[in-house]
Design a protein around this ligand. Structure first.
Ligand code: CAA
Length: 292
């Protein structure tokens, strides 16, 4: 299928990043969210990311204008998906919500459209098996921050057709991304490994083996990780990480049992950068800056 328009459902951290990548790839992009305020923030973030890219010499001048002109927004899923050949959902990791969305896609999307999910751990089959279009359902797992991260994990269910995989490979290429192909399994490749590293870092912190700063420093300078596990969990969200660990614990077993300190932080609202405090503290932008 020739993809011209991509609909991205959900304009949170991942959704807005995926919309950036879609527009960067030259696709007409419709970004949907139930909140028009979130949509405004998302478009401002996309504009700012392009500007930063140009300022740092990573994006060619002229590209942002062209890409931004390709983006439109919608607050209704049916409106957003109507003309899309590829729909990528990036809503919270709740099975019920995804089931509801895929039912809508099935009913209202264009004939032959591909339905993709950015889930980072859930079983794609669990919410795509209900569609009559399951051969056109696939996982497209992006990474945060999307503009800078080069990988997309393509997650193929037993029903995903080869044509669907080929089309998504081409979309990824135009977005400037590399692809790995994974046969569906909990946590795919990256989430499974990352969850273990992140959980072990919390186990060490809880046991008083080293400070958070030194654990981060050790992984950065000793193992060449670009970010330490605590810097990374603050970026991804402690609630997101806990959610993933709970799912992997229930599907893959004991070694994924979420650390208690992580649970405690989440309970206290220490969710990472987005809440101003995670493992580390982050100065909150003033009200005027917050709007941008
Ligand atoms: N638009 C397009 N491309 C851009 C860009 C922009 N605005 N800004 C940068 N790039 C490109 C650059 O050209 C560069 O590509 P090349 O190497 O080909 O030149 C690439 O993006 C990286 O850019 P930088 O080298 O400038 O990036 P940086 O030095 O600022 O490093 C970082 C930032 C890449 C995020 C690095 O700190 C890092 O890798 N951190 C780890 C992040 C991580 O692990 N994320 C995964 C989280 S887990 C997840 O997301 C999955 C989940 O399900 C929860």
């Amino acid at each position: 299928m020739d993809v011209k328009t991509i609909a991205v459902i959900g304009a949170g951290t991942m959704g807005r990043g995926i919309a950036y990548a879609a527009a960067f790839g030259g696709y007409k992009t419709v970004l949907e969210d139930i909140s028009s305020r979130v949509l405004e923030q998302a478009v401002a973030w996309i504009r700012q990311s392009f500007e930063e890219g140009v300022a740092r010499g990573k994006v060619e001048a002229g590209v942002p204008e062209k890409a931004l002109a390709l983006i439109s927004t919608a607050t209704d899923v049916k409106d957003a998906i109507r003309n899309a050949e590829l729909i990528i959902e990036a809503v919270p990791e709740e099975l019920e919500m995804k089931l509801e969305l895929f039912t809508i896609f099935d009913k209202f999307a264009k004939t032959g459209a591909i339905f993709a999910s950015n889930t980072s751990s859930l079983s794609i089959t669990d919410f795509t098996d209900i569609t009559v279009s399951r051969e056109r359902c696939i996982g497209m797992h992006f990474f945060n921050p999307v503009p800078k991260m080069k990988l997309i994990e393509l997650v193929r269910t037993p029903h995903t057709s080869e044509e669907t995989v080929v089309t998504c490979r081409e979309v990824a290429r135009r977005m400037g991304k590399e692809v790995v192909l994974v046969n569906e399994a909990p946590g795919f490749i990256t989430t499974r490994v990352n969850a273990l590293i992140g959980n072990e870092a919390f186990n060490m912190l809880e046991a008083g083996i080293a400070t958070a700063e030194d654990i981060d420093k050790a992984l950065k300078l000793g193992l060449n990780h670009p970010m330490g596990p605590f810097e990374l969990v603050d970026l991804v969200g402690l609630d997101v990480r806990l959610n993933i660990l709970e799912y992997l614990h229930s599907t893959l077993g004991e070694k994924y049992r979420p650390n208690e300190l992580l649970r405690k932080y989440v309970k206290e609202g220490r969710l990472g950068r987005k809440s101003g405090r995670g493992v580390y503290e982050y100065p909150q932008p003033k009200a005027a800056e917050k709007k941008a």
